[in-house]
Ligand binder design. Structure first.
Ligand SMILES: C[S@@+](CC[C@H](N)C(=O)[O-])C[C@H]1O[C@@H](n2cnc3c(N)ncnc32)[C@H](O)[C@@H]1O
Length: 681
């Protein structure tokens, strides 16, 4: 039997795309640990060698990770808790392709656990049977999340209180460490009814087929029980028992409640105890564990604590940010306890994903060489004339770019403009232009936008882009304003690659922010400085709040940004609108900020295939970018809402000019970076 749905596709893209390395996080150790691993760390205690854990802003797509995973010995365990409350249809097609990729990434002795509930477990079970094979089904675990309460308990059916975990292995044999839990008090009282002279509880079991000699040995150890009848039994002491073997019903792990210490205010956060059981049962120390829907990062956090290596991916910026903070906390705790920890890096597919999506890097199309100039032979006839390969390729790229722009406009809920020349769409009385797909928007582009607006007599324009040149704002906005143009730059989020989110209109385009950081030089020590965060503001769209209020339905509310403030606009049942300012001071926007005191030190190197087949040899190439090294950071946690605004002092080893990078992450998980040139000595 096989499950079939519209658009079922067994062809999974396995192209290897390089990752863009955005950040490196390695809570500085005071001194390098004196351990056999010493050579893993530099003089400041930073990890130099070995596997670096990976936190990736992306959905599992293509074979991007394959090489690193293989080099690290393969994936031994995958746990995923995908979003299964989105409707079975779109969910199944999304998960199917990813499960195929996951199976290929799993080591021969690896296991996978898929977390779901009654809404999709019947479908996933069938899909898993197809992808992994019915023979490799091990268990459907029922996790009793919580006792029934509230509406769940009074519904006209049995209360729904459980989730399911489908456990499959890749092959046989597989890693398996049986897990036990303490016997319950009731069980102990009913079974371990005897007590020896020393107060040790025991139960009496059958002696089995022990030889007379063994029985003598056991008697010497005080383990033989003499029945009045003269028969003997075996004493099983409670303190020597492993406990009750864990079955497929888990009712001893409560879900993360509002008061739990581990709670991070991430709505679907799973308890660490749940992941602890899974990771201990199906992996060993040093193994590589992955969660491709990491949310708040529970699986990877537990993996780290249990000495496993990890990969965590999620499509949402907020999830990645929540996980990033969680890991810095874990690193800090382990550092304080004098224990080892690994560095982690934050990656995304960023521009490579865009290029791949649009095919704009398809230098191999039609067998062309890397410089695109292999041949000019006329090959294809169309519209009554012959096109060279180069022209043909150009046309295909243009078509792909058009399709990509149409997708972005749809996600932005803008109407496409036909023959509008420079502009691509319009939205609520504003023109919309999409920046270049594979380059950051720079000053020249902004100037062109202003010129084109003036030509058309337009005064309002939105500029959508994946990246803006650093330092472009606020100057470029002031310039536009001086020319009477209200220019609103917006980031195109990674979610535009998620068709489901686009179809549902859930893609949010965030406003651009501006960071100001100031070096504070030490008066005495010329080589030392601190960095102070002196301003952070978010640009806004004038009049957007009014427009939002007008379109808001009664009884609803919306959070938005206006005049650099975050406001909540609510409409009651009678249509009366109220506004509440949520951010009173610029610092209220900031959730996290970090400093790299010498940004240009670490070049971003990627591995690119040497040949067109994408599978053969790889070579290293500098992307022209740098990796942000989190050398100092301050952030808010649920318990501690305080933010430090001045960094710890940094003492440079040598006098000179350096470029300091300051990264700010706002309360929505969006990041902005600025560069501060400094001169010490
Ligand atoms: C149920 S939550 C996971 C919760 C997680 N186990 C924890 O303990 O916090 C599902 C996550 O999947 C992410 N997500 C949704 N669609 C995705 C996709 N196509 N690829 C990767 N992540 C996705 C969401 O952003 C969300 O964080």
């Amino acid at each position: 039997m096989e499950l079939v749905w519209n658009g079922k596709n067994r062809e999974v893209c396995t192209t290897v795309l390089p990752f863009q390395s955005l950040e490196h996080v390695d809570e500085p150790r005071k001194t390098a640990p004196e351990s056999p691993q010493f050579s893993l760390f530099d003089s400041r205690g930073r990890q130099l060698k070995g596997w670096t854990n990976k936190l990736i802003l992306s959905s599992l797509k293509s074979g991007a990770l394959r090489r690193q995973i293989e080099d690290a010995g393969g994936l031994k365990l995958i746990y995923i808790g995908p979003p299964f409350d989105v409707g079975a249809d779109s969910f199944i097609s999304m998960i199917y392709e990813r499960l195929i990729l996951m199976r290929d990434l799993l080591a021969e002795d690896g296991s996978i656990y898929v977390h779901c509930d009654w809404r999709v477990n019947a479908f996933i079970r069938q899909v898993m049977d197809e992808v992994f094979g019915r023979d490799f089904f091990k268990n459907e675990i029922t996790w009793k999340r919580q006792p029934p309460r509230g509406a769940r308990a009074v519904a006209s059916q049995y209360a729904r209180t459980s989730d399911n975990l489908l456990f499959y292995t890749r092959d046989k044999p597989y890693i398996w460490n049986p897990q036990f839990r303490k016997y319950s008090e009731d069980y102990i009282k009913s079974k371990f009814t005897n007590m020896d002279a020393g107060g040790r509880r025991y139960r009496v079991g059958d002696i089995g087929d022990y030889s007379a000699k063994s029985i003598e040995r056991l008697r010497a150890e005080g383990k033989i029980y003499d029945y009045p009848s003269g028969k003997v039994g075996l004493k099983r002491f409670l303190d020597e028992q492993k406990g009750e073997v864990i079955s497929d019903i888990w009712s001893d792990i409560p879900e993360v409640n509002a008061m739990a210490i581990e709670r991070l205010a991430y709505p679907t956060q799973k308890p660490e105890a749940l992941l602890e059981r899974i990771i201990k049962a199906s992996s060993n120390e040093g193994d590589l564990v992955a969660d491709f829907f990491c949310g708040s990062g529970t699986c990877a956090a537990v993996a780290e604590k249990l000495g496993r290596k990890w990969i965590a991916t999620d499509l949402g910026k907020f999830a990645i940010h929540t996980t990033r903070k969680r890991f810095i906390q874990v690193q800090r705790e382990r550092k304080e306890a004098g224990r080892n920890f690994r560095a982690f890096e934050v990656l995304n597919l960023g521009r490579y994903e865009r290029q791949h999506y649009t095919g704009i890097d398809s230098s191999q199309a039609f067998g062309m060489t890397k410089d695109g100039g292999a041949t000019n032979d006329p090959v294809i006839s169309t519209e009554g004339r012959n096109l060279t390969r180069r022209e043909m390729k150009q046309r295909i790229l243009q078509q792909k770019e058009r399709e990509f722009r149409a997708l972005i406009l749809r996600a932005y809920k803008a109407q496409p403009l036909k023959d509008a020349g420079f502009f691509h769409g319009k939205n609520a009385g504003r023109l919309v232009v999409i920046g270049p797909i594979n380059l950051p928007v720079g000053r020249l582009f902004v100037e062109e936008v202003i010129t084109e607006c003036r030509k058309r007599g337009a005064v309002r324009v939105d500029v959508l882009a994946f990246e803006f040149e650093m330092g472009l704002f606020p100057a470029a906005l002031d310039e536009a304003k001086a020319k009477g143009i209200d220019l609103a730059p917006k980031y195109i989020p990674a979610e535009v690659f998620d068709k489901r989110a686009v179809d549902k209109g859930q893609v949010v385009f965030h406003d651009i922010s501006f960071v100001e950081a100031t070096p504070r030089y030490d008066q005495k020590d010329k080589l030392t400085l601190q960095i102070e965060l002196t301003d952070f503001s978010v640009y806004y769209t004038q009049g957007a709040a009014e427009a939002a209020a007008a379109s808001l339905k009664n009884g609803k509310s919306q959070i938005m940004c206006e005049q650099g403030r975050l406001i909540k606009i609510s409409k009651d049942q009678n249509g009366v609108t109220t506004r509440q300012t949520l951010t009173k001071h610029w610092t209220d926007w900031v959730d996290y900020w970090a400093v790299d005191f010498d940004y240009m030190r670490r070049k971003e190197i990627i591995m690119v295939p040497k040949n067109a087949d994408g599978e053969s040899d790889f070579e290293e190439r500098w992307t022209g970018g740098y990796i942000f090294e989190n050398e100092w950071q301050s952030f808010r946690t649920r318990k501690n809402r305080e933010l430090e605004l001045i960094s710890a002092p940094q003492a440079y080893e040598r006098p000179g000019r350096y470029t300091v990078a300051v990264k700010v992450i706002d309360i929505f998980g969006n990041d902005t970076m600025t560069l501060v040139p400094v001169h010490v000595g």
